[in-house]
Design a binder for this molecule. Sequence first.
Ligand code: ATP
Length: 327
Amino acid sequence: MEYKLRCIGVLTSGGDSPGMNAAIRAVTRTAIYNGIRVKAIYRGYKGLITGEIKEFQTQDVSNIIQQGGTILKTARCQEFTTPEGRRIAYETLQREEIDALVVIGGDGTFTGARVFAQEYNIPIVGLPGTIDNDLWGTDVTIGYDTALNTIVDAVDKIRDTASSHERLFFVEVMGRDAGFLALNSAIAAGAEAAIIPERETQEEQLESLIKNGFRKSKNSSIVIVAESKETGGAQALAEKMRVHHPEYDVRVTILGHIQRGGSPTAIDRILASRMGAAAIDALLDEQRSIMIGIQNDKIVHVPFTKAIKDDKQVNPEKVAILQQLSI
Ligand code: ATP
């Protein structure tokens, strides 16, 4: 069958991340530059089911590169996980004459894309848009650098009050299944430790912290903790610390959704622009069911199956560096 790319659809799905707008802009403008029409799909996969779709011209993506969030909105869509939901989504694509999709999101978004592409033989290319940086095959994801900088900025401020009062702070950051934000923000903010899901249990990590006498001569300490539904995260660890070390003045700060928002850094804007352009290049090159990644500053194509399934490891050298530098 002859492959024709006349019109693409673009959507953002799952959790929002700063730089998604820069990616939408790059996808839209690169497509139009190549003579391809662009249809913006609102609220992720939900928009494919409800038909909330608008054709974009270049001016529809003006003045958005610096904005956090996503102008296309995002949503979690249970219906799309069912064959019936995806059938309706496919009918929408046919009605709208959309030949291919660019989906911007995390592993859930790519899992849905992979199933949909397989069922209906649709070319789909994904862009990694998540602050967690937890996708295999790409050194970084869109939004990660901004979130990291937001955390470091917040921790710097907490440090001022922590040292004034000689307190021990547990600062909880996002990254339920991935410690990239916690580990790297700990290094950048000069924190005493990072408690991350890739290593032993949170409790074991806390034990070894205590055993190593992490407080030593310092008059304030900051421990960055990756959020965890199972263990209760920073709050639960602080409770245990109060029991073990009643002499410490322990405080907890949960950064929460502040980490998701804000204007994207230059690094995220450039990353999103390159990846957005690469998504259209890939579709023109008849690629499908791949995520655009970046490795050693080069654009790469990563099959959805690998991006979703393979585990991206935290760098053990960084774990060691954090330990060494917090003596
Ligand atoms: P984040 O990493 O920020 O959480 P995400 O892309 O992983 O982003 P999810 O909520 O996991 O976010 O997934 C986004 C959407 O993808 C879901 O709401 C659903 O519509 C679709 N999706 C996820 N898993 C599947 C699946 N197994 N089959 C079909 N669709 C799926």
